[in-house]
Design a protein around this ligand. Structure first.
Ligand SMILES: CC(C)(COP(=O)(O)OP(=O)(O)OC[C@H]1O[C@@H](n2cnc3c(N)ncnc32)[C@H](O)[C@@H]1OP(=O)(O)O)[C@@H](O)C(=O)NCCC(=O)NCCS
Length: 180
């Protein structure tokens, strides 16, 4: 990652920045992936989504800062469907900063937070058509979970699921640490 990128924990005071990055990223990145008659989300709607995310006590969010501005976001939480699993979500990098390693740095921050929170495994949902993100996650060791597909409510748009083992390597139940 370029040296001047800083990743820090975010909180409710950051919702304007989180929503602004979210909005600017998805209107570019998801153009063409949603039906033409489906209006893109407004910054206000995304701010409310982030506020609602923060009402979950398991949520931890991070921002990437570069050149005085917020350029990327990521969050983790307990998977609402399978609370024993972690979930990585809202990994967004402003399109003009793609390809600088910021996404990989944010993924790393998310995985570290998942480990610290004690999860052994985490999942992500990715738009089926989001080839760029799917290649990105596959390169970082995320594996497609065959057959786990979500249809977005009211839309003919599919999400596929990826999983990644995130345990630190020393805390597996039943694993005996070698003694010196
Ligand atoms: C997917 C996404 C997060 C990736 O972010 P990113 O910052 O571009 O990711 P990275 O820079 O770490 O990696 C992407 C590319 O940069 C390259 N790269 C990594 N570090 C680099 C560096 N220091 N210098 C130059 N290139 C680098 C990677 O090899 C990769 O190259 P490739 O695309 O040619 O294979 C970003 O494209 C995005 O926000 N997309 C829209 C939102 C989205 O789809 N999010 C996922 C939702 S599930």
């Amino acid at each position: 990652v370029i040296a001047s990128v800083r990743i820090r924990a975010a909180d409710l005071n950051d919702v304007d920045h989180l929503a602004a990055v979210h909005h600017a990223t998805v209107i570019t990145a998801y153009a063409g992936m949603f039906p033409a008659d489906c209006p893109p989300p407004t910054p206000d709607a995304l701010r409310r989504e982030w506020e609602s995310d923060f009402s979950d006590p398991t949520l931890k969010a991070f921002v990437a800062e570069y050149d005085g501005g917020t350029v990327g976001t990521v969050a983790i939480r307990s998977d609402p469907e399978h609370p024993v699993l972690g979930e990585l979500r809202r990994l967004h990098v402003l399109p003009r900063h793609w390809g600088k390693g910021i996404g990989a740095a944010l993924e790393g921050a998310g995985v570290t937070a998942l480990q610290k929170a004690g999860y052994m495994e985490a999942g992500i949902w990715v738009l089926e058509q989001n080839a760029r993100a799917r290649t990105f996650y596959e390169r970082l060791g995320w594996c497609l979970v065959p057959g786990e597909i979500l249809t977005l409510p009211g839309l003919d748009v599919l999400e596929v699921r990826y999983r990644k083992s995130v345990h630190g390597g020393t805390d597996r139940p039943g694993e005996v640490m070698p003694t010196q």
